[in-house]
Design a protein around this ligand. Structure first.
Ligand code: SF4
Length: 333
């Protein structure tokens, strides 16, 4: 599979694919690409015409850029299972987190352009390797391209669940197009305090946008369903605990338990460490303490959340791509 260097994409193979998905596919994909004309794929609503080469806040062009593709054994146990999660890491991001652990990929553009057909082939290859799912990591800004590739891949036999592994800063309008396509949503809920979201991720409306997006995801897929240890469908929320409660965990857990369901799966993560630009912010320039983490886990339990995972302090290694399978315990233990 060759990385593409051309940026001369028209509407790709959209009308060339003949499959049982037929018109259904065309309508969805057309609708998705239409959002790129005055780009509002994500809540930034930059308004650039990405179909004609416009570049917005996320820096994404029209062809999907991918930094790595592999069977990933470091996701949550029901996602990685014993054969791995078929992870496709997309370049660029619609957020600008100053502490991003993947900043070379998300903010510095590490990766290569691929055609839609090659993106579809990646999915088929990952399925052939036995991966339990296809895991789109930071997919938001390439939603139309991913959707088109999914239909091509399905035409070629793709059957495993699809995971939308995102920062949670999503447009409901874009998510609605994915209704019935994505099986597992894995969004972050990063902040409940918009001042923090503005300062550290350049997203001054994060919490309202995030809540609306997660509600839409929950409407589509409901609580996480696990069969024989492997996730098949549903919502799994990730919450990274920041120093000094900058993530505002209480309001986030209150929302999850009260407005979604106390049965929601949540992964409470302790892996924060100051990287990228975090050293410029004294309040972010340290790891969290054991007490900060245990207090946060207790808060989740006190709010009635019992499903999911918590990382184990002291077992987390500094890795660019988190590997936490060995570092997780059930949330209710
Ligand atoms: S996807 Fe990129 S270009 Fe489109 S609205 Fe979001 S940040 Fe802007």
């Amino acid at each position: 599979m060759q990385a593409k260097t051309s940026n001369n994409l028209t509407l790709v193979t959209l009308l060339q694919v003949s499959s049982c998905w037929g018109e259904y596919m065309d309508d969805r994909v057309k609708k998705a690409y239409k959002l790129m004309e005055k780009c509002r794929i994500c809540p930034r609503k930059c308004g650039v015409n990405r179909l004609k080469g416009g570049i917005g806040f996320c820096k994404a062009g029209i062809l999907p850029m991918v930094s790595s593709i592999h069977a990933h054994f470091g996701e949550e146990p029901p996602i990685s299972g014993h054969k791995g999660s078929g992870a496709i890491f997309f370049t660029h991001c619609s957020l600008r987190c100053v502490f991003c652990q993947n900043h070379p990929i998300s903010q510095s553009g590490e990766g290569h352009e691929f055609s839609i057909e090659d993106l579809a082939k990646m999915m088929i290859e990952l399925q052939s390797q036995g991966c339990h799912n296809i895991n789109f990591v930071t997919p938001t800004h390439y939603m139309p391209e991913i959707l088109e590739a999914v239909f091509i891949a399905r035409d070629k036999g793709l059957m495993v669940p699809l995971v939308y592994n995102c920062g949670g800063y999503e447009s409901v309008e874009a998510l609605e197009i994915l209704d019935g396509i994505i099986d597992i949503y894995m969004p972050d809920m990063k902040y409940s305090d918009n001042a923090a979201a503005k300062k550290y991720s350049n997203a001054p409306d994060y919490f309202e946008i995030n809540k609306a997006a997660v509600k839409e995801m929950y409407r589509q897929v409901g609580d996480l369903k696990i069969e024989n240890g492997i996730a098949k469908k549903g919502l799994l929320i990730r919450h990274l605990v920041l120093p000094d409660n900058l993530s505002g965990s209480r309001e986030i857990f209150k929302f999850i338990a009260g407005e979604l369901s106390p049965d929601t799966y949540v992964n409470i993560m302790a892996q924060y460490y100051p990287c990228h630009l975090a050293h410029n912010f004294p309040e972010l320039d340290r790891r969290i303490t054991a007490k900060e983490f245990t207090d946060t886990v207790k808060l989740a339990r006190d709010m009635g959340l019992k499903n999911g995972f918590r990382q184990v302090m002291g077992t987390i290694k500094r890795k660019r791509i988190p590997e936490w399978t060995d570092n997780l315990k059930q949330l209710d233990t």
